[in-house]
Design a protein around this ligand. Structure first.
Ligand SMILES: [Fe+2]
Ligand SMILES: [Fe+2]
Ligand SMILES: [Fe+2]
Length: 421
């Protein structure tokens, strides 16, 4: 899969999550940098492993997007630490290629002593380094000038491992870590480190799907919509016998076409009433936002497929009012698929439309030439089969997120019980 480099997958993931809350990703970047420098001092990892751990560290609080009040980071980082640790762990374990390494997130607020008592063995060094790096950043941000790493030493062997504290001291003696952070140089170094990421095609696919699953942090409805839309695109592209590469490009364009929605307030996305003009303007911003974050990261053909999904063949679409001649077949397929998705899936103010009504509306649209006539013909020729399959595949798509939510509830109860003992 050469539409995106491994490094750009990292940058795209970070930029996507920044759309919801920039501060959380800034904290993630600082923690990732401190961890990276500690791992470098320690010397037990290859460059590509350090890059992968730094990527994981950037995402270490990803669960907070779902579980916590993002306005109160001190609270979920210092007192109520369980929910975001558990959700982040489950999200990455089940919806990304991090799998077993996701456990590092589960334990990032657990004390060294507790981990040692539990006999925890997997990724102990990285976990204890991350745990210290995270505290350094949280307290440094909160205390400013008054912060000193020496204040952690009394907790050696209890909250923090001796090894982590020693490695941090050694690192700080060699490198002006905090000055680099103050001058925003750490992001540049992290970005250079990410040149060492080497994902397989399968991993790239799964990371791109993880980015799509992030839509769930704002709106589960959007995850289902995306899956329905992908199914419609796949089927239409198949019936039209598009070549393999074009079909793949269409798949990735459809996968992330609404990623800019993460910047739009949930009450606008899921409004159960007609949006005001101002709200509608805000909603439409998801398209230029999608383009902005995809543009420098992804193959331009795929970025165009994604960012033109609200254009129309008769020039009435947005944001650029392009006409049919200016657009490609996969772009036009996604336009139709996205519009049909909006009709067949439930909306907060109405149930999904019956097939007959969808057909009627599309016949009108065909007269207005909103969509490409050739694609419309293929769609009408296989209408029932395509719509029925898309509805089923849309419902199926909710299973992974729902399974993560169910496991989260179970695990949270079990861990809260253990803590109460
Ligand atoms: Fe954190
Ligand atoms: Fe945390
Ligand atoms: Fe959209």
């Amino acid at each position: 899969m050469d539409f995106i480099s491994s490094k750009n997958i990292f940058l795209l993931t970070r930029d996507t999550l920044k759309l919801m809350d920039g501060r959380l990703m800034k904290h993630g970047s600082r923690v990732a940098y401190i961890l990276y420098k500690m791992l470098q001092t320690w010397g037990g990892c290859e460059e590509f492993e350090m890059a992968e751990f730094a990527m994981l560290a950037t995402l270490h609080d990803i669960g907070a997007y779902r579980t916590s009040d993002l306005m109160r980071p001190l609270s979920y980082e210092t007192r109520d630490t369980l929910p975001h640790s558990i959700y982040g762990y489950l999200f990455l374990k089940h919806l990304s290629p991090f799998e077993d390494r996701a456990k590092i997130l589960l334990n990032h607020h657990v004390s060294f002593m507790e981990l040692a008592d539990k006999g925890e063995k997997d990724y102990m060094t990285v976990t204890t380094f991350l745990s210290l790096a995270e505290c350094v950043d949280v307290y440094r941000e909160a205390l400013g000038e008054r912060f000193s790493v020496s204040s952690f030493r009394p907790f050696e062997g209890k909250r923090f491992s001796k090894q982590a504290l020693d490695v941090l001291d050694e690192t700080l003696a060699m490198e002006p870590l905090f000055d680099m952070i103050e001058m925003d140089q750490h992001e540049i170094e992290l970005s250079e480190l990410m040149d060492n990421l080497m994902f397989t095609n399968e991993e790239k696919k799964r990371y791109m799907e993880m980015i799509m699953f992030c839509l769930d942090f704002r709106s589960r409805m959007k995850v289902k919509d995306t899956a329905t839309c992908i199914s419609l695109c796949d089927q239409l592209a198949g019936e039209m016998h598009l070549d393999q590469r074009t079909q793949e490009m269409l798949y990735y364009g459809a996968l992330i076409h609404d990623i800019g929605m993460l910047a739009i307030p949930k009450d606008i996305i899921e409004s159960d009433r007609r949006l005001t003009d101002v709200e509608m303007e805000r909603m439409r911003e998801h398209v230029p936002i999608t383009r902005r974050i995809l543009e420098s990261r992804l193959d331009p053909i795929v970025a165009d497929i994604a960012a033109r999904h609200h254009e129309r063949s008769n020039g009435t679409g947005y944001p650029d009012g392009l006409d049919s001649k200016q657009m490609t077949v996969p772009e036009k397929i996604l336009q139709l698929a996205d519009a049909v998705t909006g009709m067949i899936n439930d909306r907060p103010h109405r149930k999904g439309m019956p097939k007959e009504k969808v057909r009627q509306i599309l016949e009108q649209e065909a007269q207005d030439r909103s969509f490409d006539p050739e694609i419309m013909k293929v769609f009408f020729d296989h209408f029932d089969q395509i719509v029925d399959t898309a509805i089923i595949q849309g419902q199926e798509s909710l299973k992974p997120n729902a399974a993560v939510a169910a496991r989260y509830e179970k695990l949270e109860k079990a861990m809260a019980k253990m803590k109460a003992k």
